[in-house]
Design a protein around this ligand. Structure first.
Ligand code: NAP
Length: 540
């Protein structure tokens, strides 16, 4: 690669989260001039921003860490089975410091415009601090859930108390003791946050538009002895994660749903409800994801668990989803969430019945009532997967904008490259294996694939690659076909690009954002493509 001295960097990586940290390590290990830019004040990505109470993994901690360094695996003690945000941020800082990666990172530097300069064979990057940087490669490690969305409710700006989106939870301590608090939104974030703050607040009002299926996380400490045992099994753990569709230790029950009796099904479900993490979702019968009747039977069983836990039967019914079955949206994991509604100071406000009309200076006005608050928390989600890309002006060959190209949904090659956008790579982009798996497991492989491609180009003296349009169309069709059998294609969730607060994403139209064929299939395909000399890419 001969032109690299004419540009500022060989590679600019955007995003200092789990993907960006590992990506810069791999590239600088190869002697490349690489830098990471991040709009945040420090590294950590998701774990830098999301500081709301209750924020924690619902992947097993020891499956979330990087697998590339035995020394790192041996020295790190995950203190909880589902590690909380402060610990996760500490871990990522430890990794960056251990491998001396901070010197390659620049913070408070948001990428605003990225323009491919065909004559120079480089990306021109305009950064929020006023600089223009040139780089041969641009790697977008932007995160899948990093573009938070506020609700489009009139008056949000008028509120005179404290309010914020959970993503922007203040870095300084927040004292909620005795306060009148509202939470809007009951996704995975809202459910974690509500359960964590309920014991502390004066009063809590939960504004719920649609309930979510949720089941117990069963978190707990990991003792030194248990951690030793985990360390001795790391190879086996990562092998299992690499084999399972979701990248977890959880493997689906191989028996057919209809091959066993209803009693045997209940026996399995009773066990799974007591098991930690996503076992209830991912160790279940595979038909839960594809067969309406099987899903309905299981959902009815979970609904009864909710009825057992919530004292007021009217509230219990409001907490049971009626518009979608269990597991067709991303399942939030909870700790005493349903019991919160048995507290006398907690009230569920069903805004599907009495919609919020506006936020006022002092609280929230629904069609039925005005509520006064000290604090309003918006747990209203993200413009998922493509949102962070849409927030940057990315211009490829012939002035084509990525935002326009993806207006009706993304089209990519393996979720890692895009036709018309040369030398642009995404280790965990839309339609990639990382987007539908235990994120770090997919991210690590994505980073390695991206690194492999750049090394290959270096070895073969290639300056530039672009994706063949045919290869991109093939991938888009394959991704679409993988949705065909999944019940999740019918759900209003971020898996399909639904977000009522983003223009064009409000209703029904499915966007093929994630790869549903399972991580092993995805990465086998990616490896085969690499082995073929990157069939589907054209090099100059
Ligand atoms: P989400 O699942 O999209 O939930 C957003 C919530 O806000 C929904 O209940 C939604 O209601 C509600 N909402 C949105 N706009 C609203 C409006 N205008 N008025 C009233 N309600 C509104 O977002 P999230 O909870 O932040 O979770 C997103 C993803 O982040 C999760 O699925 C998960 O993958 C990830 N996450 C992971 C962890 C973890 O690993 N531990 C923790 C938290 C989140 P509707 O359902 O009616 O739209």
């Amino acid at each position: 690669m001969g032109t690299t001295t004419a540009v500022d960097y060989d590679v600019v990586i955007i995003g200092a989260g789990v993907a960006g940290i590992y990506q810069v390590k791999r590239l600088t290990d190869l002697g490349m001039r690489a830098v990471v830019l991040d709009s945040a004040g420090d590294l950590g990505g998701t774990w830098y921003w999301n500081r709301y109470p209750g924020c924690r993994f619902d992947s097993e901690s020891y499956t979330y860490g990087y697998s590339f360094s035995k020394e790192l695996l041996d020295e790190w003690h995950w203190v909880e089975r589902y590690s909380p945000q402060p610990e996760n941020l500490k871990y990522l800082n430890h990794v960056a410091d251990k491998f001396d990666l901070r010197k390659h990172m620049q913070f408070n530097a948001r990428l605003d415009h990225a323009t491919w300069d065909d004559a120079a064979g480089a990306w021109q990057l305009e950064v929020s601090d006023g600089r223009t940087i040139t780089s041969q490669f641009l790697i977008l490690a932007l995160g899948l859930l990093s573009a938070p969305t506020m609700p489009r409710i009139p008056g949000v700006e008028d509120f005179k108390g404290q309010s914020w989106h959970t993503f922007f939870w203040p870095h300084e301590p927040v004292d909620l003791a005795g306060k009148r608090v509202a939470v809007v939104g009951t996704g995975a974030t809202g459910i974690q946050c509500i359960a964590a703050i309920a014991p502390e607040v004066g009063t809590l009002h939960v504004f719920q538009r649609r309930p979510n299926w949720s089941s117990p996380l069963h978190n707990g400490p990991i003792s030194a002895e248990e951690m030793d045992e985990i360390r001795s099994r790391y190879d086996e753990i990562f092998e299992t994660c690499a084999r399972t569709p979701g990248g977890f230790e959880h493997e689906p029950d191989r028996r057919g749903f209809y091959e066993v009796t209803p009693e045997e099904r209940i026996e399995l479900w009773e066990q799974l409800y007591q098991q930690p993490g996503f076992a209830i979702w991912l160790r279940n019968f595979r038909e839960i994801f594809t067969d309406e009747a099987a899903n309905a039977e299981f959902s009815a069983w979970v609904a009864d668990r909710i009825r057992e836990r919530v004292e007021d039967p009217v509230i219990a019914e409001k907490l049971i989803p009626k518009d979608h079955g269990f597991g067709v949206q991303r399942v939030p994991m909870e700790t005493n969430y349903f019991e919160v509604y048995n507290q006398p100071n907690v009230r569920l406000v069903d805004i599907s019945e009495t919609p919020i009309e506006r936020v006022t200076e002092t609280g929230v006005q629904t069609s039925a009532e005005h509520f006064e608050f000290d604090v309003i928390v918006y747990a209203t989600g993200f413009d998922a997967i493509t949102g962070a890309f849409d927030r940057v002006d990315i211009t490829g060959v012939g002035g084509q904008s990525l935002r326009d190209k993806w207006a009706d949904g993304p089209e990519t090659f393996l979720g890692m490259a895009v036709n018309g956008f040369p030398n642009l790579l995404m280790p965990s982009g839309p339609q990639s294996g990382s987007a539908s798996t235990n994120f770090p497991r997919g991210i690590e492989k994505g980073v390695e694939w991206v690194t492999g491609l750049i090394s290959y180009m270096k070895e073969h003296d290639h300056e530039r690659f672009d994706v063949d349009r045919d290869a991109e169309v093939d991938w888009a069709e394959h991704v679409k076909a993988m949705y065909a059998t999944m019940l999740m294609r019918k759900a209003k969730s971020w898996f399909t690009g639904y977000n009522s607060n983003v223009d064009g994403h409000e209703e029904g139209k499915v966007r093929y954002l994630v790869y549903n064929g399972g991580a092993p299939k995805f990465f086998r395909r990616a490896e085969r493509i690499a082995e073929s000399g990157y069939h589907g890419l054209t090099f100059d």
